[in-house]
Design a protein around this ligand. Structure first.
Ligand SMILES: Cc1ncc(COP(=O)(O)O)c(C=O)c1O
Length: 450
């Protein structure tokens, strides 16, 4: 049921076209098709302005871990709004939710005695971490250590700094000149291995690539290596076993900071509290958190840094970095309640169980066009191919057509990298919804590929 008349819906569509520049959207496409106006959300479902129901198979943009419309969240956010709506944290000001959240995060991340810096988004967090990494080395009188290494297909945001760590064709085009001091290695993409090798006989060439790059640049010039434990927007790419153990060892040996970008993989999405925990005893020097930290109810990002980095910053004393909304009480209160719900309902366990069910479901479809089903917990992707044997790619990119087709059938997914269709539903997803997702997506893929 829509609360809007047909005329009102039409007027809103027109106003959208006239006034709204959409993020990551083809301007021509939204002009032609019109916007998809979402008007209501509850648990794993959203409803458009005409009242049509959709399974939110992507949890918004990988963020809505606890599901939409949770009464407890509304209560906590409203209570906070009524007591302290906002006050900044510059010049030593603080607030109770920010203090409590920093303590909570410090206790649940793999780092020991971690310190937390708050920002408003994943991009702001990564920008902050790049600046902190450089500041840290400069505090130790090693100013030359300033290069940030990231991986092809890595996504770390699109702000002016983070865009240089993000590696997608087209994303930098036309936006230059962009900041200097970034270098890249290939991604650990076993399905289409950049080195055309096979695991395990490859001896983890993808991790050795980091060592080679450091040697090429000189360790004295490298500040940090940043990586998503599971690559998200680049196609949901899960590195092979042993990868991060090797990466950690290389970073330690060359005295380079390892930043785990857990913006997608944090807060239970992969079936563990943090994605890096799928590799044995790998402790990063810093972590980027956002999205699932509040399940998106209020925007928030957090940069987690090791005690060692913090001690370095202490030497400089004055930290000339921060955002107006760093430590925003509303966002921090939302995060505290969100984490309480995630832990109480053990949603990472549900992510593991339902993730396996989805994975099996797609494998059982046995569609010749699904080259690979991959992922961890509730971050999954289907690699669509023209021929499963040869892994030949479809003649034209098909991801967007599958997304549109599934949308018409009442399911929201996300097309990535031309021929990859990704799923990242809320961690409260129920079995019946998982089965329905497999059914709808299977039908969409068949229809588009035939
Ligand atoms: C791994 C990762 N890092 C950083 C970001 C940037 O976050 P934001 O869009 O909140 O700036 C994203 C966004 O999708 C992401 O997936």
């Amino acid at each position: 049921m829509s609360f809007y008349s047909n005329q009102e819906v039409e007027a809103l569509r027109k106003a959208d076209g006239a006034y709204f520049l959409h993020p990551f959207t083809s301007i021509r496409d939204v002009d032609e098709r019109g916007p998809k106006i979402i008007n209501k959300a509850y648990r794993s479902r959203v409803y458009d302005i005409e009242g049509k129901e959709y399974i939110d198979g992507f949890a918004g943009l990988w963020y809505n871990n606890i599901g939409h419309g949770r009464e407890e969240m509304i209560g906590a956010i409203s209570e906070q709004m009524a007591s302290l709506d906002v006050f900044h944290c510059f010049t030593g000001f603080s607030n109770v939710p920010a203090i409590q959240l920093a303590e909570k995060l410090s206790k649940i991340v793999p780092l020991v005695k971690a310190k937390v810096f708050f920002a408003g988004s994943g991009s702001e967090v990564n920008d902050s971490l790049f600046k902190i990494a450089r500041l840290y080395w400069s505090a130790l009188d090693m100013e030359s250590k300033d290069i940030i290494i990231s991986r092809n297909k890595g996504y770390h945001g699109v702000s002016y700094g983070s865009i240089q760590a993000t590696r997608f064709p087209h994303y930098q085009e036309g936006f230059g000149p962009l900041p200097q001091g970034f270098a890249y290695i290939n991604e650990p993409y076993c399905y289409y291995c950049p080195w055309e090798q096979e695991y395990p006989s490859c001896n983890l060439e993808c991790a050795v690539a980091l060592e080679e790059k450091i040697e090429e640049l000189g360790a004295d010039n490298v500040a940090a290596f940043i990586a998503e434990p599971v690559i998200g927007s680049g196609g949901v790419i899960v590195p092979p076993p042993g990868y991060y153990e090797r990466i950690r060892e290389i970073c330690t040996r060359y005295n380079i900071l390892f930043i785990a970008d857990e913006v997608i993989t944090g807060f239970g999405r992969t079936g563990k509290a943090f994605g890096i925990e799928h590799w044995n005893n790998v402790v990063p020097d810093a972590m980027a958190l956002a999205k699932g930290i509040t399940s998106g109810y209020v925007p928030l990002g957090a940069a987690v840094i090791s005690d060692q980095i913090y001690r370095g910053l202490e030497k400089i004393d004055m930290f000339y970095h921060g955002f107006t909304y760093s430590g925003h009480p509303l966002a921090c209160r939302a995060a505290l309640k969100n984490i309480e719900i995630l832990e109480r309902e053990n949603l990472k366990q549900n992510a593991a169980v339902i993730g396996r069910r989805l994975m099996e479901g797609f494998k059982n479809l046995d569609l010749e066009y699904i080259g690979e089903v991959r992922g961890k917990g509730l971050v999954l992707a289907l690699e669509l191919v023209a021929d499963r044997e040869t892994k030949q790619k479809p003649v034209h990119p098909v991801g967007f057509a599958v997304f549109e087709n599934a949308y018409r059938r009442g399911l929201i997914v996300r097309p990535l990298d031309n021929d990859v269709v990704a799923l990242s539903p809320s961690l409260i997803l129920e079995k019946q919804d998982a089965d329905r997702i497999v059914e709808i997506l299977g039908q969409s893929i068949e229809e588009v590929m035939q």
